[in-house]
Design a protein around this ligand. Structure first.
Ligand code: MG
Length: 377
């Protein structure tokens, strides 16, 4: 008697069994900008996720700062660990809501891929350098990476991602006009803010920029701490309290959003992902939590992001990028052949901006020391 051969599970059958009607299904994908045959056992969004994960821009996120640079030790988040935390929280939300987890993971891995060195400080510096040439934004640069700069495949430039992943990134650039993003994209954006609220709080306390007592003036923090003390006892050492605060903040936000989402999605009864986007529906936090989150974010803005130490880092990073921009603009021969070719297609200003934006913080500092540091000494 011969054993019958096991059938490989197809993406379509898995999604049919697992996804809610409002989720984005792979069979409904509009395909890629350059047509490609389907993969025998990986769905289109799973391939997107894998292409992003294997890109060099994704790996370089490990050398790009989230809020604090590497000079501040190695406890705090980098752009890469932030990205993985976002993906993890977004997957939890997506799985509970029966959304497409492959698409969620692809979008989460992609969401910060266009960040230049030194985070928003670097972004502002490059935007200033390119003011007369269309400006710079990390969201638009993410699309440039995906469409043109990655060179992993002989068949096409870029990663040739699905049109859905590219469209979700486009809605980040043009936020409030046009149809609403897919629920998978909305979940990633919500997870992004939950993640940075929690981990920036953690990093700021660990690095001594703020104290837990100061944070406890905020209702969201106070309630979360009360819950932790109730569960773990009142005599917690400060480091245990900090850790309990971080996962408590995430848990409160995720649980609250799931309660709101199940209620509102139950009422709306969307029968297709297209209905969600065409209706302009946007998933939001419950109003009390949204207002408490806003207060935490404005506290973090005032006390952490505008901390004198960060302002000084910001201005040092900006002057370095501006100096490097000027230096490369005047010396095309310092660019690699890839970016000299690019200058012929998009002009020297944009090519230099693209080159600098791809650098890690460390590489940017080293290049500055080699080129400018040598001149000024
Ligand atoms: Mg982010």
């Amino acid at each position: 008697m011969s054993a019958s051969r096991l059938e490989l599970a197809t993406c379509e059958s898995r999604e049919r069994a697992l996804l809610a009607p409002y989720a984005m299904r792979s069979v409904d994908s509009e395909g890629r900008e350059r047509e490609e045959p389907e993969h025998p056992y990986r769905g289109p969004f799973q391939r997107d996720r894998d292409r992003i994960l294997h890109s060099s821009a994704f790996r370089r996120l490990s050398g790009k700062m989230q809020v604090f640079t590497g000079e501040r030790g190695d406890y705090h988040r980098t752009r890469l660990t932030h990205t993985h935390e976002v993906a993890s929280i977004a997957r939890t939300l997506g799985r509970s809501l029966q959304l497409n987890e492959d698409l969620i993971e692809a979008l989460a891995f992609f969401h910060d891929i266009g960040h230049p060195p030194f985070g928003h400080a670097g972004e502002d510096a490059l935007d200033e350098c390119l003011r007369e040439h269309g400006g710079f934004s990390h969201n638009a640069y993410g699309l440039t990476i995906a469409r043109q700069l990655e060179t992993r495949y002989d068949e096409h430039p870029g990663l040739n991602l699905s049109k859905e992943v590219l469209a979700c990134q486009e809605t980040r650039i043009d936020k409030m006009t046009g149809p609403a993003p897919l629920l998978e994209a909305q979940i990633v954006d919500l997870a992004d803010s939950m993640t940075y609220d929690a981990h920036d709080t953690d990093d700021a306390v660990k690095l001594g920029l703020v104290t837990i007592d100061e944070l406890a003036d905020l209702k969201l923090v106070r309630d979360t701490l009360d819950q932790a003390r109730h569960r773990l006892g009142s005599g917690l050492e400060p480091y245990r309290l900090r850790k309990a605060l971080v996962h408590g903040l995430i848990d409160r936000q995720v649980s609250s959003l799931l309660t709101t989402a199940t209620e509102v999605l139950g009422e709306r009864r969307f029968s297709h992902a297209r209905e969600v986007t065409e209706s302009g529906f946007r998933l939001e936090h419950q109003p009390d939590l949204a207002s408490e989150k806003e207060k935490l974010e404005s506290f973090l803005y005032q006390r952490v992001y505008r901390h004198p130490e960060l302002i000084e880092m910001r201005s040092r990073a900006q002057s370095r990028l501006a100096a490097l921009f000027g230096a490369f603009l005047n010396a095309a021969d310092m660019l690699s052949p890839k970016y000299r070719d690019r200058a012929e297609q998009v002009g020297m200003h944009r090519a230099v901006g693209d080159y600098l934006a791809g650098m890690t913080d460390r590489y940017c500092n080293e290049t500055f020391e080699q080129i400018i540091g040598a001149k000024s000494s």
